[in-house]
Design a protein around this ligand. Structure first.
Ligand code: DC
Length: 221
């Protein structure tokens, strides 16, 4: 029996190009893009706005229960307000991994994400999409790039946004630290599942990466 919807799972480390590629694939295939990292970022923003210590698990779990995180036309809303830009600030980068490592936070986020994927065809990116959120996804990709390449991309992005007092070396160290937290945490660590296609974006253009995914999906659909 033919399914109504299909799903594409994208995982990989910070700065590998997942969201840029996923957004373009979504447009080309006419499906919804769900940025799960943005959801953890939105919660982190709320925690910082409320002066809650990012290490205070109980308060964070409590605040999440009274938080509304929603997507509309590729924009993310926190309790009804648009937070696209604020969730990309460096203070969020520096704290989000701690918050994303809380088991109860992940359970709530995963159930929201699974609900989204039941309603329409999606391309969803994150760290645990192939392994936990959509283990039965129709297509799975692990997108990565060297630390130097990922650091340089993040550094340029932040400079363009006017972020000051940053250096490439510090950004690369932060990326290594986030990789370490994301890949070694107890709950749903970042890892490539054996059924995922590997896509290393280090020396590839965005369009090449988009074509790689689209051709696999079209080839099998
Ligand atoms: O992809 P990103 O940089 O926006 O992700 C932000 C953080 O959230 C990152 O440190 C890992 C975490 N994350 C996660 O644990 N699980 C996901 N599905 C998505 C992101």
């Amino acid at each position: 029996m033919k399914k109504d919807f299909f799903s594409i799972a994208i995982d990989g480390p910070a700065g590998a190009g997942k969201s840029t590629i996923a957004k373009k694939v979504a447009k080309e295939l006419g499906i919804e893009y769900v940025d799960t990292g943005a959801m953890y970022r939105a919660l982190t923003l709320k925690v910082l706005r409320n002066d809650i210590d990012p290490a205070n698990k109980l308060e964070i779990i409590e605040i999440l229960k009274n938080t509304d995180i929603d997507f509309n036309n590729n924009h993310i809303y926190l309790d009804g307000s648009l937070v696209d830009d604020e969730i990309r600030e460096n203070r969020i980068n520096q704290n989000v991994s701690y918050i994303a490592s809380i088991k109860e936070v992940r359970e709530i986020m995963v159930s929201i994400q699974q609900k989204l994927a039941r309603k329409k065809s999606v391309i969803m990116d994150g760290r645990d999409i192939s392994s936990v959120v959509l283990p039965n996804a129709d297509y799975k990709f692990f997108i990565t790039a060297s630390v130097e390449e990922r650091g340089t991309r993040r550094y340029r992005e932040l400079v363009e946004k006017g972020e000051k007092d940053i250096t490439l070396n510090v950004i690369m160290d932060e990326i290594r630290k986030r990789d370490e937290i994301d890949s070694t945490r107890e709950v749903a660590p970042l890892k490539r599942t054996s059924d995922s296609y590997l896509l290393d974006t280090t020396d590839k253009s965005i369009d090449e990466c988009v074509d790689f995914i689209v051709s696999i999906v079209r080839g099998r659909n």
